[in-house]
Design a protein around this ligand. Structure first.
Ligand SMILES: C[S@@+](CC[C@H](N)C(=O)[O-])C[C@H]1O[C@@H](n2cnc3c(N)ncnc32)[C@H](O)[C@@H]1O
Length: 454
């Protein structure tokens, strides 16, 4: 307990930035504003902490000391304590790289979670609402990262925004401790064909060989190492039927038999929450077992939402299909109708419900074109897609969309419907038991030299 190996891990970039030269330090301390030196009775440490935008608790966590130690560093005179050079040093670096703070009114977190294959964070917000603190995100797509970062202002001292998850699965201790794991993992085809043959040859089998090379394998390795109290995995409905049900059976086998979780799943349609038919499978697991039951899911009753609820009043003409594309889509539909196929586009009015928005929506918008009487139909705007996916409501605060229309369509088409996740998170909440965190130790007991990993 208490080794520096457990020191809160800063992203490498931040550590590099942190360990600057003495002269840089001197310049920094010169820059710390002292508005009125005569009246300013705060210690140098207190000024740096405030400049870094850290609370006493956060500074204590960062330095792995007690809150009392921090207060002593901030007390002038004989009752105060001189901070260790290490503490002073780190606080100076934190002041230098300070980032905008999260809103002060945010409630204290009840549990820590990680957001894997995060996309634009559809799983994240509902878990923050039930008291979670996101401590790690993995998303490798450059543009999804931009949208995610614009909507979730994380502080790099207690949140790492990783790219590719696979190197972390190889060294899972690099992922911070967490109570809940969230993942909308991409489904790559894998089959358990050959498992029985492997068995008959007496070779060991399990997720290490059944799923190796898939992202589910990477996920399973992180779960195996950290054993979070709970997880929520999300995927397309087809996962259940893929490869004659064998893929899903393998996943369930790994989660229940090999990792030992109590697992439940449900295919949920988004239509009661948003005007879109989108069915997704949600897989929930609890390490210790629980009374969690998908039957507790609160599905909105009464008339379901319709497209008219989310459409914008004024829409740029650029979203109207070009004559060329509209002719092409009509011709394509006609050709397939003659052959007895149902392929083609769908046009909807304000009283209708959209088909599933896909990641290819940007190509021709064929799954949901909006009727424009007297004109060619149009695509949904990215803002309407944000509403169709429940990332925002017409009257609520706006979801930031800092990317091109093409990227935005792709991101929303890949995402989860936020209110559906909210309903699942709500019924998971009473069953999430955050594991005890390692107690902070007093600085007097913790004077070992600091090892910088990297
Ligand atoms: C189905 S989407 C998840 C969408 C997310 N649930 C949301 O609401 O936006 C899967 C995401 O995994 C990301 N991804 C795929 N392979 C990855 C990898 N090796 N490391 C990190 N992210 C990856 C993709 O870029 C994509 O954004």
């Amino acid at each position: 307990m208490g080794s520096w190996g457990n020191f809160p891990r800063l992203p490498l970039r931040l550590f590099h930035k942190c360990f600057t030269t003495g002269s840089q330090l001197d310049r920094l301390s010169e820059r710390v504003p002292v508005e009125n030196a005569m009246l300013d009775r705060r210690t140098e440490f207190a000024k740096l902490r405030e400049r870094a935008g850290l609370s006493v608790e956060e500074a204590a966590k960062l330095l792995r000391v007690t809150d009392r130690s921090i207060r002593r560093y901030e007390t002038m005179g004989p009752r105060g304590t001189e901070p260790t050079p290490l503490a002073m040093d780190l606080m100076m670096r934190m002041a230098e790289v300070s980032v905008p703070r999260l809103p002060a009114a945010r409630p204290a977190s009840r549990f820590r979670f990680i957001d894997l294959f995060a996309g634009i964070g559809g799983l994240r917000r509902p878990f923050e609402e039930i008291g979670g603190k996101c401590v790690f995100t993995a998303e490798w797509d450059k543009y999804s990262r931009q949208t995610y970062a614009a909507n979730f202002r994380d502080n790099p001292i207690d949140h790492e925004f990783a790219g590719d998850i696979r190197p972390y699965a190889e060294e899972p201790w690099r992922v911070p401790e967490h109570d809940v794991l969230l993942a909308g993992f991409p489904c790559q085809p894998f089959s358990i064909a050959g498992v029985s043959k492997k068995n008959s040859l007496g070779r060991p089998h399990g997720f290490l060989c059944d799923t190796q090379g898939t992202l589910f394998y990477d996920l399973a390795k992180i779960i195996a190492h950290h054993r979070p109290a709970a997880f929520l995995l999300e995927n397309v409905k087809n996962l259940e039927r893929h490869d004659g049900g064998r893929t899903f059976a393998t996943i369930m086998h790994v989660l229940t038999q090999e990792l030992g979780y109590q697992v439940d799943y449900r295919v949920i349609s988004s239509a009661p929450w948003v005007p879109q038919k989108r069915e997704r499978v949600f897989i929930v697991g609890f390490r210790e077992g629980s009374d969690f039951n998908f039957d507790d899911l609160e599905v909105p009753e009464g008339s379901a939402p319709v497209l008219g609820d989310i459409l914008e009043r004024k829409v740029d003409p650029k979203y109207t299909l070009t004559e060329h594309l509209w002719n092409y889509l009509q011709g394509y539909k006609e050709k397939h109708a003659k052959a007895g196929n149902g392929f083609g586009y769908s046009v909807f009015g304000p009283g209708d419900v959209s088909r599933t928005l896909s990641a290819r929506y940007h190509k021709d918008g064929s799954e949901c074109l909006v009727l424009q009487p007297g004109n060619r139909p149009r695509r949904l705007t990215p803002r309407e897609c944000a509403r169709l996916m429940g990332f925002e409501e017409p009257q609520g605060s706006k979801f930031e969309i800092p990317v091109s229309d093409t990227q935005a369509y792709r991101q929303f088409g890949n995402a989860v419907v936020v209110p559906v996740v909210r309903a699942v998170a709500t019924i998971m909440a009473p069953h999430i038991r955050a594991d005890a965190r390692p107690p902070a130790v007093d600085v007097a007991e913790q004077r070992e030299p600091m090892m910088v990993h990297g």
